[in-house]
Design a protein around this ligand. Sequence first.
Ligand SMILES: [Zn+2]
Length: 447
Amino acid sequence: MSARTPEIGELGAEAEELLAGLIRFNTVNPPGNERPAQQYLADHLARAGFECELLGAEEGRPNLIARLRAEDGRDGPTLCYLGHVDTVLADPADWTHDPWSGDVVDGFLWGRGSLDMKSQVAAEIAAAASLARSGWRPARGELLIVAVVDEETGGSLGAQWITETHPEKVRCDLLVNEGGGAVFEYGGRRCYGVCCAEKGVFRFTVTTDGVAGHASMPSMGENALLKMGPVLERLAARQPSHLPTEEPLAFLRGIGEDPEDLDGSLERLRDADPRLATMFEPMFGVTFTPTRIRASEKINVIPNRAELKVDCRVPPGLGEEEVRRGIAEVLGPESTDTHPPWRIDFTERVVGNRSPVRSELMDTISAWIAEQDPGAEVVPVVLPGFTDSRHFRLAFPECVAYGFFPHRHQTLLQTAPLIHGADERIDVRDLAFATELFRDLAVRVLG
Ligand SMILES: [Zn+2]
């Protein structure tokens, strides 16, 4: 067992203990089996005075909904802290410390979920419980805590289920979820990304056709797989041209670059730190990543068809038209007499989701960071993937949802490779830092 970290204070210590306990419940999804973890969190909140409910589509996988209302029922916003308690898998053989130990070693709390995202859940709940125990109640509106299951496999039992089947229970005006917050340095500035938007997914298949034949005679038939060669070469050579939307332009302003000079800005970003460029450049347009290919089912048969699967991500505000333009740009036009014949079929079309870059919630977060880390600032970011925020933005179009969990010691470059990786761990000072944010945010928004 771990020794408490002295400099993190009582609130940080509560989050640390709650997180260690939460990590010890194995909630690898599948199968998830989140009920015992959810019960553990519900008990913590109920003891503090929250109304708690466990509600799920499956007995073993309930979602936790907990609320703290204004004492006299005064109208005001519902501020929701959202998190998921399931995790991806972990192979203990790859880890320095057991992924379900929750041990604190050298100032880090280790374990699967310590970044994604049991840490944020523990910080949110420790902050909320500590406020409620102290006698604090919202002066207006309510504080809502939602801990869902099943995020890592898409949310059909979690955020999607709860927003579709019980929207009245999780309706909110302001939402804080995962997706941003680890500090990064650029051009002498310290920046905390607030995730305002998430890209959509427009996956497609590129198909080439040929004529089957016996593989012992290479010139027999017409090999569909070989026709994929030029397709792969073109995908390797470039991405579609940038199509910057509002958020990435605001990001450039935030890091001190010039949105009018997009190419120059991105070049400077790449020169300054290629790892940051790898993470941020996808914000600026449609991206194509080929991930799977299949052709002949038999080793001795020349394939009459080959299929290449391309994972394509699209900023919110853009859609199929921009994807098709990107395909034409990268691959050339579909089947003409002069080009190798290939065709495109979309297999998934989910548009991106977003909240306004400017809002009172953003101002409140920004002011908090300026106080706590003088000289640092918040910048809007777009997540190249997606989170449960999309289900809430879809269910409650007026809801302002941000991904934010501030880390000031463990930087973005340090946390990014640990998420879904081996040796996932959080600096306990950051856990305490974020817990203070969630406490102060509730008080500032709800009075
Ligand atoms: Zn997550």
